[in-house]
Write a protein that binds this ligand. Structure first.
Ligand code: FES
Length: 124
């Protein structure tokens, strides 16, 4: 029974990856989640929307052939380290991101393919 389940999941995964198409070369998700009824800080309360605006503005002005999309996202699950930004296809998470960091992320990560070490989510 477990073998059958494994084979079924493998076939599903294969089909998913086979038909999966990347719409954008770079996809930037900025957490703009806002919580109500709790003291716990969320990225949206910090300055998530300012980050989305800045990423959109700077990527629009960029002279590149890359198809880049920056957009807001719900909670990315690492609220204590926010504001949080996730960039795909690498699946890299940046934490504690400020508006002043956007230029460095774009230049280093997106243009030069070198993640910004100081902002990376680190393993505990
Ligand atoms: S509120 Fe931003 S990661 Fe959870």
């Amino acid at each position: 029974m477990e073998g059958l389940l494994f084979i079924s999941l493998s076939v599903l995964y294969y089909n998913y990856t086979y038909f999966c198409v990347m719409v954008f070369d770079i996809h930037i998700f900025v957490c703009t989640n806002q919580r109500t009824g709790t003291d716990r800080l969320s990225c949206g309360e910090a300055h998530g929307m300012d980050l989305v605006t800045e990423f959109k503005k700077q990527t629009k002005d960029l002279k590149t052939n890359l198809k880049i999309r920056a957009q807001r996202a719900g909670c990315l699950g690492i609220c204590d380290f926010g504001p949080t930004v996730a960039i795909y296809p690498e699946g890299i998470f940046y934490v504690g991101v400020k508006k002043e960091d956007v230029t460095e992320i774009i230049q280093s990560h997106i243009i030069n393919k070198k993640p910004v070490e100081r902002l990376l989510l680190k393993k505990a």
